[in-house]
Design a protein around this ligand. Structure first.
Ligand SMILES: NC(=O)c1ccc[n+]([C@@H]2O[C@H](COP(=O)([O-])OP(=O)(O)OC[C@H]3O[C@@H](n4cnc5c(N)ncnc54)[C@H](OP(=O)(O)O)[C@@H]3O)[C@@H](O)[C@H]2O)c1
Length: 470
């Protein structure tokens, strides 16, 4: 009997934020699980606090004991930091596991590492799993993006479907997306989009705060209102909650006392680097990653303000409806870029990524879950190869919302209110709707200094300018 026909018995390594929540989720769904953590006391504390689920969980204090506690064929989930820790654990498991066992890397691995591990002669099966939704998702239902051999996915599908989030129509948000590192690749793009969604929300927050002089609670009410409409999403919902939060120490809005410097851990950056490798434009995500890097340069920004003066507060001639529509347009443009990049990757790597399935997986459990993903799944099911902005439904949305995006970006530029992600989305859109662009000038320049040649519109056979004859 092959492993795919057999129910695997489950173990988990790494009882940090994500691992402990995932272990409890697995136990709660009726799958007995053995766990091990590098620091033994963490395992003991975890088991002691597992309450009614403790009986489903076998705590172990060595890696050998973990393996011995799981009946073969095993599925051992790794929830440790991406990179060397994963390679170390794979090396440590190698002498302990059999050829029918499966190790699942459920951390945020770089998909190139997952490709490498899939190609390596590991003495067990291996698959890379993208898991999104933070601690809450891991505990009660994450979105799961699987890559690797289909048989390996099939052998753990019942468990992964059981622990995954469910969309409104009851579909589990866990899917097999393709071979090798396809799952981790899609998770990285998800995280890139997450950066962009958050950045665009931060930009409209900034316009409301600095351009319209709105107080944080009022901004919170605005986000809450938007969350009842087209923008309905987890990120808009929590933005409303955090904007309305009160800080008891300062007795004012919490947002007003939080340092404006955001870090970035890697997946956003990986997405941007990979987009460049694929020549797949994702300028909204790039702007969001840049914005986090700029935000971290606090001293330089303070020096800049000292030299050039602060932005003048108030006076922006915009309504919150303009901002809502600008955000709708920005979101559509950002997702169109993200799906287009995944399409390019599918072709480049021979993965045949299932675009509607990706949109469906993101509908619940993950940080970027939103009502709009239902419509995106439908549009991609109609034609996965067509850019999302050309789908009838989204083209109509853009016709209605792009004028507001233009107004917000232009007003931001005039008032010095930085909106890099929204502006990047608009510039990309304008390029994408211009049949006769400006690269003819670039081609002529390249021919002038390097005799690179150019294609002519009239089809005639003279691929150089007059400078070639000099
Ligand atoms: N946090 C999130 O929202 C989130 C969401 C999606 C994906 N992820 C990914 O999930 C993975 C785990 O993240 P986390 O937030 O749960 O991290 P975490 O809370 O810092 O926990 C890390 C776990 O890994 C163990 N560990 C660290 N280095 C190790 C090593 N060299 N060998 C063996 N075990 C080691 C730690 O054990 P000790 O107790 O001994 O330190 C701990 O159990 C990461 O890849 C992360 O990027 C996180």
């Amino acid at each position: 009997m092959s492993a795919s026909q057999t129910e695997r018995h489950v173990g988990l390594i790494g009882l940090g934020t994500m691992g402990s929540a995932l272990a409890l989720n697995i136990a709660e769904k009726g799958f007995p699980i053995a766990v091990w953590n590098r620091t033994v006391q963490v395992t003991r504390d975890f088991h002691a606090k597992a309450g009614g689920l403790a009986a489903m969980i076998t705590p172990t204090e060595t890696l050998a004991a973990l393996v011995a506690a799981i009946r073969p064929p095993r599925a051992i989930i790794l929830m440790v930091p991406a990179g060397q820790a994963v390679d170390d654990q794979l090396a440590a498991l190698a002498p302990l596991l059999g050829p029918a066992d499966l190790v699942i890397d459920a951390g945020n691995a770089n998909f190139h590492d997952t490709n490498r591990r899939n190609a390596a002669e590991l003495p067990f099966h291996f698959m890379g799993l993208g898991v999104s939704g933070g601690e809450e998702g891991a505990r009660h239902g994450p979105a799961i993006m699987a890559g690797g051999a289909f048989e390996d996915w099939a052998s753990v599908e019942p468990m992964l479907h059981a622990i995954a989030a469910r969309s409104d129509d009851g579909t589990p948000c866990a899917a097999y997306l393709g071979p090798e590192g396809a799952g981790h690749f899609v998770k990285a793009v998800h995280n890139g989009i997450e950066y962009a969604d958050m950045q665009m929300i931060a930009e409209v927050y900034g316009v409301m705060r600095d351009g319209l002089n709105m107080a944080a609670p009022e901004i919170g009410d605005t986000f809450a209102r938007w969350n009842d409409g087209v923008l309905r999403s987890y990120l808009v919902e929590i933005s409303g909650i955090v904007a309305k939060a009160h800080d008891r120490l300062s007795d004012g809005p919490l947002l007003d006392v939080i340092l404006d410097a955001a870090g970035q851990k890697g997946t956003g950056r990986w997405t941007v680097i990979e987009a460049q490798n694929l020549a797949a434009p994702i300028p909204v995500i790039e702007a969001a990653v840049h914005a986090r890097n700029v935000s971290a340069r606090l001293a330089e920004r303070a020096a800049g303000q000292a030299v050039f003066g602060p932005v003048e507060a108030g006076g922006a001639d915009l309504s919150t409806e303009d901002l809502e529509h600008a955000l709708i347009a920005g979101k559509i443009l950002c997702y169109a870029q993200g799906f287009s990049m995944m399409s390019a990757a599918g072709t480049e790597f021979g993965w045949d990524l299932d675009m509607p399935a990706i949109a469906r997986v993101w509908r619940a459990g993950c940080i970027i879950r939103s009502a709009m993903l239902n419509d995106m799944a439908e549009a991609l099911a109609e034609d996965a190869g067509r850019n999302l902005i050309l789908a009838h439904f989204f083209a109509n949305h853009l016709r209605r919302s792009v004028p507001a995006l233009r107004k917000v970006v232009a007003t931001g530029a005039l008032h010095g209110l930085a909106c890099p992600a929204l502006a990047s989305g608009l510039a990309w859109f304008d390029m994408m709707r211009t049949a006769r662009g400006t690269a003819n000038m670039i081609q002529a320049q390249r021919d002038f200094f390097g005799l690179h040649g150019f294609k002519r519109l009239d089809g005639r056979d003279l691929p150089h300018g007059p400078w070639a004859e000099a």
